[in-house]
Ligand binder design. Structure first.
Ligand SMILES: O=C(O)CCC(=O)C(=O)O
Ligand SMILES: [Fe+2]
Length: 289
């Protein structure tokens, strides 16, 4: 197979390879951000029975309220999943073949005494020590990166330093298991929180040790959390995974394609390629194959 052309800049590749994450600043226009907040505040305020299916509002942990599958409830969140800045980076890390397979909103309030265990994401199947989970793969070759499983963490309220999404930079390459007593509390110097403004997006390999630090602010943490996986053959979410066939009429054909397994280049990727490939060539930032 030919080397797939990545839309990442050389600096982004360097940063991501070194740390396992990168930050895209201001990817959501402020009017879209305002509209998103209004829709989400409405879904937080209404009675649970009024939440439009297939959205689900639930509480998984103290202090956190989630609303799942928000892109089936409003086009704004389909536009976010297809956001060309996010798709440029995600596609650039996934052989131009990303599939959205998870999307939710989180409202988190201030709390103390929470565990702060750092983890790698999986779908419940733990590969024994010494084995690499192929669903969380990370490889580099020919000046390109392949990261099969990524999260995007998009801030909708300000995230100051010392709270919010937190990572152990570089841990996607660690060849050793962390000690049993290792947590963000036990080794705070290793766990770096990422300060964000509303509209900023963290893109992170799920093989990076990560979690969120307890929230410290008087206002709530508001963020959208999406996961993307290589589109060609992984489908970790099983029979309840995206796309949600029963609710197909609630999303666009393009969104349906973005959520589907496929070996074709998806419309959202083609659009990003059209917009960004030339720009980077002009900037001399992209290595030519
Ligand atoms: O945003 C957070 O609170 C962390 C979420 C997370 O790591 C996960 O859901 O796997
Ligand atoms: Fe996680």
């Amino acid at each position: 197979m030919d080397v797939v052309d990545s839309m990442l800049t050389e600096e982004e590749k360097w940063r991501f390879d070194l740390q396992g994450f990168m930050v895209l600043r201001q990817v959501i226009p402020s009017d879209a951000l305002k509209q998103m907040l209004a829709v989400l505040e409405h879904w937080l305020a209404i009675d649970e029975t009024q939440i439009p299916a297939p959205l689900v509002r639930h509480r998984q942990e103290p202090y956190k309220t989630h609303i799942d599958h928000i892109q089936y409830g409003h086009k704004l969140f389909q536009d976010l999943a297809a956001n060309e800045h996010i798709i440029r980076a995600v596609a650039g890390l996934q052989m131009n073949a990303p599939r959205l397979f998870h999307c939710n909103f989180t409202h988190m309030t201030r709390g103390t005494g929470e565990d702060f265990d750092l983890h790698r994401d999986d779908s419940g199947f733990k590969f024994p020590s010494g084995f690499r989970n192929p669903h969380n793969d990370y490889q580099t070759a020919h000046g390109q990166i392949y990261c099969s499983h990524l999260v995007t963490w998009i801030a909708l309220s300000p995230v100051p330093a010392g709270t919010g999404f937190t990572v152990v930079p570089g841990s996607h390459k660690s060849a050793f298991a962390a000690p049993d007593n290792f947590s963000g509390h036990s080794d705070p110097a290793l766990a770096e929180s990422i300060p964000l403004d509303p509209g900023d997006c963290v893109i992170c390999a799920t093989s990076v040790l990560h979690n969120a630090k307890p929230w410290t602010e008087d206002y709530p943490r508001l963020n959208i959390f999406q996961r993307y996986q290589l589109s060609a053959y992984f489908n970790e979410t099983g029979k309840e995974g995206y796309p949600l066939e029963e609710h197909r009429d609630r999303i666009s054909a393009e969104q349906y394609e973005l959520e589907s397994l496929s070996k074709e280049t998806k419309a959202v990727v083609r659009r990003a390629q059209k917009r960004f490939s030339h720009q980077q060539l002009d900037d001399g930032e992209r290595s030519t194959p």
